[in-house]
Design a protein around this ligand. Structure first.
Ligand code: AMP
Length: 295
């Protein structure tokens, strides 16, 4: 595995691979790898000749009051883990390589990037994500890029950028990887103390309760909210939204996402469940945001 720091080095490596007829898969990350990240690398490894993982804690997607300075970083460990997954290139640039003096462009996706995490964290968050991911696509020019359904809104924002800007990359959304007790894996979980780690399981249990309520015909959001309340968690949001448009919905007539964000102790966590709508013909479900489907 090669660790590359500059855009020029990556471009040159990609040019060589392309000249050889190789396909390229990209996994964008902010590092502090866990099984969630590794599952994306394995999926990319299974489908491409050359696998590129980017490791970049993107400053523009953090607000000034957020955890940029305390975000977990351990490049040496990450490099070992990526190497063990058969990754070919770890692209780990310095911020100045990505945002040189005079950088002035930002991509804003109206609508879906302005709700939920976009409303709580501010519009800069998904602008930062959309801009850096688009840059990575421009640098690596992958055939496909792999994202986690853990960040369901991020997947939708990236898909919209790809569609609206006619970017020639397939977006693959991979399932949420969880700890044995249901907690969605996250780089931020290391910040949970013992009490918060225990209470954090309420997020996935709340989503499970929402899914059970759907099956029994009971109100979904109140069922989920009750589980959070038992653990003393007052969520930043707990909402049922259309799985493609993120419009608020009250019933699961089509596929819907039950999404939650909450602070547990000092750590901000997010999670979601896809709630399947009634049966629809295969053609109508071909571009749903879960599973491994095309953009
Ligand atoms: P991050 O380093 O947190 O920006 O995450 C990099 C990629 O890994 C994103 O596409 C995330 O959605 C994905 N990811 C993070 N946690 C998980 C998880 N628990 N399961 C699956 N994918 C994940």
């Amino acid at each position: 595995m090669r660790i590359l720091r500059t855009i020029a080095e990556v471009r040159s490596a990609i040019r060589e691979a392309r000249a050889d007829g190789q396909t390229v898969g990209l996994v964008p990350t902010m590092g502090a790898f866990h099984e969630g990240h590794l599952s994306l690398m394995r999926e990319a490894r299974a489908h491409h000749d050359l696998v590129v993982v980017s490791l970049f804690v993107n400053p523009t997607q953090f607000a000034p009051n957020e955890d940029l300075s305390t975000y977990p970083r351990d490049e040496a460990r990450d490099a070992e883990l990526a190497k063990a997954e058969g990754v070919d290139i770890l692209f780990a640039p310095e911020p100045a390589e990505i945002y040189p003096e005079g950088f002035a462009t930002s991509i804003h996706v109206a609508g879906i990037s302005e709700v939920l995490d976009g409303a709580i964290r501010g519009a800069h968050h998904f602008d930062g994500v959309a801009t850096v991911v688009t840059k990575l696509f421009g640098i690596v020019r992958p055939d496909a890029a792999y994202f986690g359904q853990k960040d369901a809104q991020q997947v939708l924002v990236v898909r919209r950028v790809v569609r609206d800007l006619d970017l020639d990359v397939r977006i693959v959304a991979c399932p949420i990887v969880r700890e044995a007790d249901g907690l969605a894996m996250s780089s931020r979980n290391v910040h949970l103390d013992a009490d918060a780690r225990e209470r954090a399981t309420a997020l996935s249990r709340a989503l499970d309760a929402g899914a059970a309520a759907l099956r029994s015909g009971d109100p979904i959001v109140p069922a989920a909210r009750a589980v959070l309340a038992e653990s003393g968690i007052d969520p930043e949001y707990l909402e049922l939204r259309d799985a493609e448009t993120l419009e608020p919905v009250t019933r699961v007539d089509r596929d819907a996402l039950l999404l939650v964000a909450a602070r547990v102790g000092t750590t901000r966590l997010i999670d979601n469940h896809l709630l399947r709508g009634p049966y629809a013909p295969a053609s109508a479900t071909a571009s749903l945001p879960d599973g491994k489907d095309d953009a």
